[in-house]
Design a protein around this ligand. Sequence first.
Ligand SMILES: [Zn+2]
Length: 152
Amino acid sequence: MENTITVEAIENGTVIDHIPAGQGLAILRHFKLDESGNRITVGFNLKGRRGHKDIIKIQNVRFTPAEAAQIALFAPSATVNVIENFQVAQKIKPTLPEKVEGIFNCPNDNCASHGEPVVGTFSVKSTQSEARLKCFFCEKSYPISWVVEKNK
Ligand SMILES: [Zn+2]
């Protein structure tokens, strides 16, 4: 068994692996994992077989399929492992959603969506690393981590 990286094992929960280095923090922020009260182990900038990566382990948390899809926005190459009894019970390869609705507001201050009774709606464009979101209303596009930053 190949075992290049050892990060403390968890009994039950979720391990998000193969996150491009630097995107782990954006995922923590987006899901407010640091405020959730659950035990979290993170490894940033770990040396993996395919370059540097981040890894996040969250005790006692499971992601819904919709939440797993949101992980793909930050890390298209990520793997979401469901852990039961220290074993990988399920491996999910999240797929990028085509549309993101009602999660983020548009970061453009001059966007027509502000002050209207509408939810932020974006189409998703994938890139090599993180996805870009294109606003349905003002048609401007932004990297996902910047949208998260502006929605804090
Ligand atoms: Zn907009």
